[in-house]
Design a binder for this molecule. Structure first.
Ligand SMILES: *[C@@H]1O[C@H](CO)[C@@H](O)[C@H](O)[C@H]1NC(C)=O
Length: 372
């Protein structure tokens, strides 16, 4: 039976995108996971959107709650009036679709082994057999949900932001924070974890209450704003529901680079190449990244691929995101206009109120707006 290094490691943090202008403050310790060396794989730089935050930004490792810049540097050059942060969810489980494919691949390896009963080549333990024995580790209910590591990502991000903008994150402003999220459970949960991180900032050492009992209340759900792509007819028709919109991705999946990997992996795992396809290969690759990020374990799935394979699989993922979310089609980015309009309106309003405040009116605009 193969065993991973078995250490639940992890330390991390996680902003994916922060659009900011303005304020917050900080403190408190909540790291209950030891900051030891996280398990690493040579494949890590090629995981794209599945990269651990601390792999993308190793500066987070020494102190995941410390701001990445000196707050005093900001103080001299500008006065924060409002902070608007656009934040992606924290580390999550694979989706049910990914788990189904993984189970299919796992079943293939197990069937092959019990089918012919032979040992690996040269009597050595082969990778296919090792993977057949390796516990799957994921169940359908997990379906893309936020994991504990993901909650930690969010708490630490909140603490860093609060440290970076102490004036904005004053106790007085705490109750005026506005948090909006999409209805995806991983995003709702990320919002709650973010608020719990902030709570620790204001009440160091005290366990955070349920978000419903917090001053600012639970995150508000607004899919029209936060899942703008699901509400954009043109995007839905021309891209999301269009079977041929990702034809470049399909072509690459059956192209020579992928075929080469299929043959290599079939030989390594000793399964017929016809039983494999690009989707199964991709899920095996991502399972290496999920095991690292969620369990802190370098699993045998990481041994299926070399760096050249990783570059091809990274490209495949990039290509999909390019056509589905990125520059491929103009409507992809245009569908976000409603969100950006909302953000800029908030900023304009904050500036306007600041000026009125100088003229003698009270400011009522929320000083901190977080969109997840
Ligand atoms: C689907 O995508 C293809 C490729 O971009 C495009 O030619 C076609 O017009 C799209 N179909 C619809 C209904 O928009």
């Amino acid at each position: 039976m193969l065993r991973g290094p078995g250490r639940l490691v992890t330390v991390s943090v996680a902003p994916v995108a922060a659009l900011a202008v303005a304020l917050l403050s900080s403190l408190s310790r909540c790291s209950f996971l030891e900051p030891e060396h996280p398990a690493v794989s040579a494949l890590s730089p090629y995981f794209g959107t599945k990269t651990r935050y601390e792999d993308a930004n190793p500066g987070l490792l020494p102190d995941p709650e410390a701001p990445r810049r000196d707050p005093e540097l900001l103080e001299d050059t500008c006065t924060p009036v409002q902070l608007v942060a656009l934040i992606r969810h924290g580390t999550r489980y694979p989706t049910a679709k990914q788990i189904r494919k993984l189970r299919q691949l796992h079943g293939l390896l197990q069937a092959r082994r019990s089918g012919d009963g032979r040992a690996g080549p040269a009597g050595g333990r082969n990778l296919g057999a090792a993977l057949a024995d390796w516990p799957l580790g994921y169940a359908d209910w997990m379906d893309g949900q936020l994991v504990e590591k993901g909650r930690q990502d969010m708490r630490q991000l909140a603490l860093r932001l609060a440290s970076l903008f102490p004036a904005l994150f004053s106790l007085e402003n705490y109750g005026r924070l506005q948090l909006v999220t999409s209805s995806k459970h991983r995003c709702v949960d990320s919002g709650a974890a973010f608020l719990q991180g902030l709570w620790q900032h204001y009440h160091p050492g005290l366990p955070p209450p349920d978000v419903a009992d917090m001053e600012c209340g639970p995150p508000r759900i607004n899919d029209k704003l936060m899942r703008f792509f699901d509400h954009c007819e043109k995007f839905l028709t021309e891209v999301e529901k269009n079977a041929t919109a990702l034809y470049h991705v399909e072509a690459f999946k059956t192209g020579p680079e992928m075929q080469n990997i299929l043959k290599k992996v079939a030989a390594t795992l000793q399964v017929p190449v016809n039983n494999l396809n690009a989707d199964l290969i991709q899920v095996a690759f991502f399972t290496c990244s999920f095991d690292l990020a969620i369990k802190g374990v370098k699993s045998p799935w990481c041994d299926v691929f070399d760096i050249d394979d990783a570059k091809v699989l990274e490209y495949l993922n990039d290509l999909k995101q390019y056509w589905k979310r990125g520059y491929g089609y103009t409507i992809n980015s245009r569908s976000s206009c409603t969100l950006f309009q909302d953000i800029f309106q908030h900023l304009d309003k904050a500036i306007e109120q600041k000026q009125r405040f100088l003229d003698g009116f009270a400011a009522v605009c929320p000083p901190i707006t977080v969109r997840m």
